[in-house]
Design a protein around this ligand. Structure first.
Ligand SMILES: C[S@@+](CC[C@H](N)C(=O)[O-])C[C@H]1O[C@@H](n2cnc3c(N)ncnc32)[C@H](O)[C@@H]1O
Length: 252
């Protein structure tokens, strides 16, 4: 199949499931992000990955046939991403730069993907750059940690910090990293409003009510129930969700 022309020489099992699998996992924000991207025809289109880290999304988008450009603030992560790309046999164009001042020309991308990077950035500046480098009508997909300011103040209350959190943290995070960097604050309802106001046909979907808070997101049946509960509580989802997936088009 033409789609597999870029088949990697060596690749961990399941690495491309998020792109290749016909069965979709709608309860998982990352899979939901790829469901949006798979609906769009991005083959041979110029796609930008903002804050690409080790490059996983860049590789998956290459797999979908896009011409992928990806950048990150960290030279180490870009060096690592380049090594992985060589191992996988894919060819994204990697660069090191900040999202707040991109080196790309105006209106040069058909699609922009941001996963867990925007909340590290100056949002108006980075989002302004995303709009500048996108062609009118370009698809923008943003998948970020989120917390309403009211929920955030409960999370940082003395009771939760000192009594609840220490008891659940080991269960929820296990060996996973749980220390946030100092520049890291989740997207708030105000950031969301700003982004959504500046996109055309903006739609958003919330994830993680209790998942990653009271139980680990590796327990799939609980994660499915969690997502169903959030869908049922749609009117109040923006108060209690821990993750948001936003899609929209550039240009008013
Ligand atoms: C949580 S990681 C997510 C990485 C990747 N998108 C993923 O989903 O695996 C956040 C990434 O954003 C990058 N980052 C943070 N601030 C940035 C900025 N101002 N401009 C570009 N990248 C930034 C970090 O270096 C890091 O790789």
């Amino acid at each position: 199949m033409e789609r597999y022309r870029d088949k990697p020489r060596e690749c961990p099992k399941g690495f491309y499931d998020v792109v290749d699998s016909k069965k979709r996992r709608g309860w998982d924000h990352r899979w939901a992000m790829y469901t949006i991207l798979l609906r769009e025809n991005i083959r041979n289109r110029r796609v930008l990955v903002v804050g690409c880290g080790g490059g996983t999304d860049a590789f998956c988008l290459c797999r979908m046939g896009a011409e992928v450009h990806a950048f990150d603030l960290s030279p180490d992560l870009i060096a690592h991403a380049k090594g992985t790309a060589a191992m996988l046999g894919v060819h994204p164009h990697f660069k090191v730069m900040p999202a707040e001042s991109m080196e790309y020309e105006d209106e040069s991308f058909d699609c922009v993907v941001v996963a867990a990077a925007l909340h590290h950035c100056d949002i108006p500046q980075a989002f302004g750059e995303i709009c500048r480098v996108s062609r009118p009508g370009a698809l923008v997909v943003i998948d970020e940690p989120y917390s309403h300011t009211a929920t955030q103040s409960i999370r940082h209350s003395r009771f939760v910090e000192e009594v609840i959190y220490p008891r659940v943290a080991d269960i929820v995070f296990r060996e996973k990293e749980r220390i946030s960097s100092p520049d890291e604050t989740k997207l708030t309802q105000h950031d969301m409003a700003y982004i959504v106001e500046n996109l055309r046909c903006a739609r958003f979907c919330y994830f993680k009510l209790l998942s990653n808070r009271l139980f680990p997101d590796s327990i799939v049946p609980l994660v499915k129930m969690d997502r169903a509960l959030l869908a049922l509580c749609r009117p109040i989802a923006h108060f209690c969700a821990g993750r948001v997936l936003i899609e929209g088009r550039v240009g008013k």
